[in-house]
Design a protein around this ligand. Structure first.
Ligand code: ZN
Ligand code: FE
Length: 256
């Protein structure tokens, strides 16, 4: 199977659109194109032709460029079967356990509902690449809007089980604010303290902090760590169930 080249396109205030290029078949996907213009410019600069859009969920900051890009390029739009009526221009419907081939690069599709119902993630195992939209962020996770806390925790547990080398291509540069929150629930986590030093230095120079690796998230993302005794004790839920700990952590982040 072929290896992807991934290119970052920063758009809007803090969104990232990812261009995933598979050179042997000359296929290129835009993952969650919030807008069309900057994506077309980035494609031209790279000399790539858009063949696909991969959507993770229906929110407009992930699909707003769909129809214009499809009109300009004739690309194929892939999205969640559950979201068939909410993904503009959808051509191919996929769901949990499906695979989808971008040229010679194969994605496994996971349902990771919680932020929305029908939110999916695309895992290109041979490229150690995960496009997870608004489900997992660097040191954070998406707000639980349409789903339940238990469902969101289950979705994050699916992603947590992937190899540590997996690169986490999430859709927003929320890392610094997420890390500031993470420090309120795990103030003595040495990996978190060290990571935030690095993130603060990068953001001071406007350098992107995405992608991270899953191994970094295991050690520092509070939403992957409801089993952390330190976190449980900080929020007053030592020994509580993982879903109780996760829900309380997520509620505190909503109010942060
Ligand atoms: Zn969203
Ligand atoms: Fe978003």
């Amino acid at each position: 199977m072929a290896t992807l080249e991934v290119h970052r396109v920063p758009v809007l205030h803090d969104n990232y659109v990812w261009l995933a290029h598979e050179p042997s078949a000359n296929a290129t996907a835009a993952v969650d194109p919030a807008v069309a213009g900057p994506v077309m410019e980035a494609l031209a600069a790279k000399g790539w032709t858009l063949t696909h859009i991969l959507n993770t969920h229906h929110h407009n900051d992930h699909t707003g460029g769909n129809l214009e890009l499809k009109a300009e390029t004739g690309c194929t739009i892939v999205g969640s079967r559950t979201d068939r009526d909410r993904i503009p221009g959808i051509d191919v419907e996929v769901g949990d356990g499906d695979t989808y081939d971008l040229g010679d690069a194969r994605a496994q599709v996971f349902d990771v509902s919680g932020h929305t119902l029908g939110h999916i993630a695309y895992w290109f195992a041979d490229s150690d690449t995960l496009f997870c939209g608004d489900t997992m962020f660097a040191m954070g996770c998406g707000r639980v809007i349409e789903g339940e806390f238990g469902q969101m925790l289950g979705s994050l547990e699916k992603l947590k089980a992937l190899p540590g080398a997996t690169k986490i291509y999430c859709a927003h540069e929320y890392t610094q604010k997420n890390g500031q929150f993470a420090l309120t629930v795990e103030p003595e986590n040495p990996d978190l303290i060290a990571r935030m030093r690095d993130v603060d230095a990068k953001r001071a120079r406007n350098i992107a902090t995405v992608p991270s690796t899953l191994a970094e998230e295991w050690k520092t993302n509070p939403f992957l760590r409801p089993d952390s005794r330190h976190l449980q004790e900080t929020i007053g839920l030592a020994g509580a169930s993982l879903v109780e700990v996760f829900a309380e952590t997520r509620k505190r982040k909503d109010a942060f």
